[in-house]
Design a protein around this ligand. Sequence first.
Ligand SMILES: *[C@@H]1O[C@H](CO)[C@@H](O)[C@H](O)[C@H]1NC(C)=O
Ligand SMILES: *[C@@H]1O[C@H](CO)[C@@H](O)[C@H](O)[C@H]1NC(C)=O
Ligand SMILES: *[C@@H]1O[C@H](CO)[C@@H](O)[C@H](O)[C@H]1NC(C)=O
Ligand SMILES: *[C@@H]1O[C@H](CO)[C@@H](O)[C@H](O)[C@H]1NC(C)=O
Length: 179
Amino acid sequence: MYAIFLLFASLGFVMAQFHQDTYVIEHDRIEILKFNRSFVRRPDFQVLYFNDTVKMKALNASGYFIAPIQNKVKMEVTVYRFVGGAYRVFPINVTLDGCNENKRNLFGLQSIYQYTNFKGCPVPIGYLYLKYYLIEYEKFPPHVPYGKYKLFMEVHANEGAYFIGNGNWYGSIVPKRKD
Ligand SMILES: *[C@@H]1O[C@H](CO)[C@@H](O)[C@H](O)[C@H]1NC(C)=O
Ligand SMILES: *[C@@H]1O[C@H](CO)[C@@H](O)[C@H](O)[C@H]1NC(C)=O
Ligand SMILES: *[C@@H]1O[C@H](CO)[C@@H](O)[C@H](O)[C@H]1NC(C)=O
Ligand SMILES: *[C@@H]1O[C@H](CO)[C@@H](O)[C@H](O)[C@H]1NC(C)=O
């Protein structure tokens, strides 16, 4: 779950200077593969419709953090695109220092903070949630190829010493309807 905060907070920062009006990002599902029970319990992600009128899918996430996570949270993202019947590595791998990016993000796009009780590093002990978060796809870079994507994300903390968790995001880049 922490991965998703970092991903969107960091993408938010990185992408803040972009603008595009040709595609939308659709969430399909998020699966948690492994997580470290010494840090987090009952992590959960949901892809859900925002409401009846806004036909966009939003993200819910939650989890209980039982140990503090200090700075130097590193997230590695591997991007796969579905081509020829299989997910194939797309030539973009991103490694982020989650806490640094988050601090810098405070000066840029902050919208994710309106949807969560997460206020930045160090990650506090207790219940954290992300509630009906709508991704701001118009702030992503232009010319991303349409298609189905998978993002594998893995988070380590304390200078890479501790494994926190990993999982996959599945979704699509689809042409924006002009109507
Ligand atoms: C859905 O959300 C939008 C944006 O917040 C709001 O304007 C609209 O009234 C909501 N519709 C319903 C049925 O709740
Ligand atoms: C990205 O990471 C994957 C998995 O570790 C690796 O197979 C791939 O070669 C990497 N791609 C680049 C562009 O570094
Ligand atoms: C999404 O999160 C909100 C707030 O925590 C909660 O009220 C709602 O039931 C959640 N929806 C789903 C489908 O989990
Ligand atoms: C899980 O976190 C604990 C510290 O709370 C650490 O000792 C352990 O090595 C971590 N597990 C893995 C697989 O990194």
